[in-house]
Structure formats: C-alpha cells, structure tokens
Design a protein around this ligand. Structure first.
Ligand code: SAM
Length: 386
C-alpha cells in the first residue's frame, strides 16, 4: 500500500470480540485494510476522510501517530474504571453497556451525525450518551423512572452546569429547603440522592456523606464534559429520554435510523429487586411496577413464557420504528434455569427473522464480572429487509 496509514489500537483492548469490532468499525470507513504487528495495528491506504476517523473511532489510539479524540475523551474520568469516563459512571446500574463497544457499533451500523438512534431499553443511558458525543440524536425509553432520571442527568446536565453549581450549597445543606426551578437541576440532585440510597443499602455507608461526595463528583464530571465539548468542538446530538413501554411506544413508523439495545436478559437480573431502595425512594409501589417490567412477571416456567411473549411485542415494535435497510443491534445472552442453558439468543434470531429482519452478524462476547449468572452474551446485528 502506497502512503499507507497506520492505526494503533488503544492499550485496553484485551478480548477477541473487541479486536473483531475494531476491524469492523475501521472497515465501515475503509474496506481495504490489513491487520499487522501481531494484531495490535491496522494499515489502510491514504484516504480523504481521515478527520472522520480521528473524531469517530472507538478502539484506536493513534492514526499515523496522531491521537484520536476518544483517546483523550476517556481520560476525563473521575473514577478508577477505564470505561466510566465523563458522566458514564453516574449511578451503579447493573448491566451497563461498555461505552466503547457502543461507539464502535454506531460506526459499524454507519449512523451519521444528525440521524436518530433509538434504545428502547435505555437503562442507565450509555447508548444515548455515546450517540450524543458523536452528534447523533438519541431517543431512550425505559419503563423505570429511575433509569429515565439517570439517563437524563447524564445527557442534560451539561446544559445547566452553571445552575447546578449555583444551587450546590443549598442542596448540600440539609436545613435548606430552597428548590431549583429547572427540572434538569432538580433531576441532578435527585440522582445524587438515589446514589446515596444505593451506597447506604448496598455498602452500609452514611447517607449524608455519600450524598455530598456523589454530588461533588458528579459536578466534576459535568465540568469535564463541558471542557471536553469545548476542547474538541463537539456538536452534541439532541437526546430525548421518555418513560414508556418498549412493547408499545408512541413513536412514528420508520422514524429512526438505527437501534442499539440490550433488553432484560430473560429472568437473569431482577431490575425491580436490584434497585428496590431507589425505586421505593421515588415513591413506587414495587408490586405494582413488577407487572410492567419485562422478565420479572410470573414464576417458574411461566416466567419464560411471559418473557417471550413480551419480547416478541418489543421486537415487532423495533421493526416498525426502524427505517428500511437500516440496522438494529441487540445484545443478549442465554440464561441458565435449573442447571439448563436456555437458548434465548436463537429464539431472538428466529423471531426477528420472522418479522422481516435479516441476521447480518452474530458475535459472541464474554461478560466481564458477571460470571456467576452468565458467561457469554451475543451481539446480534439485524438489517430491516422488509
Ligand atoms: C439490560 S438493561 C439495559 C441496560 C443499558 N443498556 C445500560 O447501558 O445501562 C434492560 C432495561 O430494560 C428496562 N425494561 C424492562 N421492562 C421494560 C419495558 N416494558 N419497556 C421498556 N424498558 C423496560 C429495565 O428497566 C432495564 O433498565
């Protein structure tokens, strides 16, 4: 290759699936590539859109010695965990996506600045925040008000940073009852409160000192986000987070340009029990909301039947909302019930193909840190073919 460009992977790449995603994301910009240097580097020919690569790539550290934006963005990190940079770390939500994987998938499905990504099971908001960073608009839906609050705070706080700081002393002083008027500022301190509830119930920490520490660290992360936006001249995507049901949304037919989501993994994780402290603090009746949460209804084998029926509705809804020839990415794993592995993944493929999706890719990835429940999950990429 004449005038070839050399791209080096980021140092934290350790799994085969990450290497596979790195190759696929680079391929979406330049199909003619070579893997070199024992899988640590790639070579492509000299292409005109190098600036695009620098601003969008997820798994790469340098392009011909020039650092990518993501290399720097990941350094705005108030935690010890590499992938919990900017506002990603906010709230210890179980089953969060790896942000870097989402950025790569956004490249792989070729969704552009100004287009719209949907995550109908948005959870703690990882996918919409990654979309926002790339200038892609995002719609996030979740049945849980807690998730809606977390996702909003991660993506909207940057718009009201000054007011969040202005109200800091009021919120940190227990005796002061002054409330902010702006919903986004209220939500910010509400989520700090939810984090303190979580610290208290899971780790036995004092509510007051947790609230203070969490709020201050959250402010530092929003300041980071603000600084990063200015430094890299990021034109952020518009994000809308809605409390709603993925089985039946109010969005229009063929209104989104891509979907990336991970639905509840059958009965693997009980999201109601898991966040019961925060959901109760938000005024929920846990027994009542259980009825709307997918994967929580019923007992024994009935639970699986209800789960399958609910998810069929959700996949049909995703098919309805996606534009033709666009992609839907589902990250899902098999669960084990009474010692038997249930092939949830194959059920998803079968159903999605029956409603008009074509399976483009099935890629296995390991789950880091959840070994006792599931060891492996799959990235399924579907294309809406009819
Ligand atoms: C695997 S989690 C998503 C995690 C997310 N990818 C993240 O990065 O945090 C699945 C989510 O589905 C939500 N959920 C359950 N039933 C739902 C329903 N009927 N409609 C919409 N969301 C639902 C749960 O509240 C949970 O947040």
């Amino acid at each position: 290759m004449n005038n070839a460009k050399t791209l080096k992977l980021l140092d934290n790449i350790q799994f085969i699936y990450e290497l596979a995603l790195a190759r696929l994301e680079l391929k979406s910009f330049e199909p003619d590539l070579k893997v070199t240097n024992d899988f640590r580097e790639f070579k492509i020919k000299d292409i005109s859109n190098l600036e695009d690569l620098k601003t969008r790539l997820a798994y790469f550290k340098t392009i011909d010695g020039i650092y990518t934006d993501y290399y720097y963005l990941q350094k705005y990190n108030q935690t010890k965990s590499v992938n919990q940079f900017l506002t990603h770390w906010i709230y210890p939500y179980k089953g969060k996506f790896h942000p870097q994987m989402i950025r790569a998938l956004l490249n792989i499905i070729n969704i552009k600045r100004g287009e719209t990504l949907l995550d109908p099971f948005v959870g703690s908001g990882t996918a919409v925040l990654e979309a926002q960073l790339l200038g892609i608009n995002g719609i996030g839906i979740d049945i849980s008000l807690l998730c809606v609050l977390i996702s909003k705070v991660k993506t909207e706080s940057i718009e009201v940073l000054d007011q969040i700081k202005e109200y800091k002393d009021f919120y940190l002083d227990k005796n002061n009852k002054k409330e902010a008027e702006d919903e986004r500022v209220k939500n910010f301190y509400k989520v700090a409160e939810m984090m303190a509830h979580s610290d208290q119930s899971r780790r036995g920490k004092s509510f007051d000192s947790s609230f203070r520490n969490d709020a201050l660290k959250m402010i530092a992360s929003v300041e980071d986000y603000n600084e990063a936006q200015k430094r890299f001249n990021l034109k952020l995507g518009k994000i809308k987070v809605i409390q709603g049901d993925a089985r039946n949304t109010e969005l229009k037919d063929e209104s989104v340009d891509g979907i990336i989501t991970s639905p509840p993994y059958s009965i693997a994780l009980n999201y109601v029990a898991n966040d019961s402290h925060s959901l109760t603090a938000l005024g929920y009746d846990l027994n009542q909301i259980k009825e709307d949460f997918i994967g929580v209804r019923g007992t024994g084998l009935d639970k699986f039947k209800l789960y399958d029926a609910d998810m069929e509705k959700a996949y049909s809804e995703m098919h309805r909302l996606l534009k033709k020839d666009k992609y839907c990415v589902v990250i899902i794993g098999n669960v084990t019930f009474q010692g038997r592995e249930i092939d949830t993944t194959q059920n998803v493929i079968n159903y999605c193909e029956s409603v008009g999706f074509k399976t483009v890719k099935k890629m296995a990835k390991i789950i880091y840190g959840l070994y006792n429940v599931m060891q492996k999950e799959y990235i399924l990429i579907f294309k809406k073919s009819k």
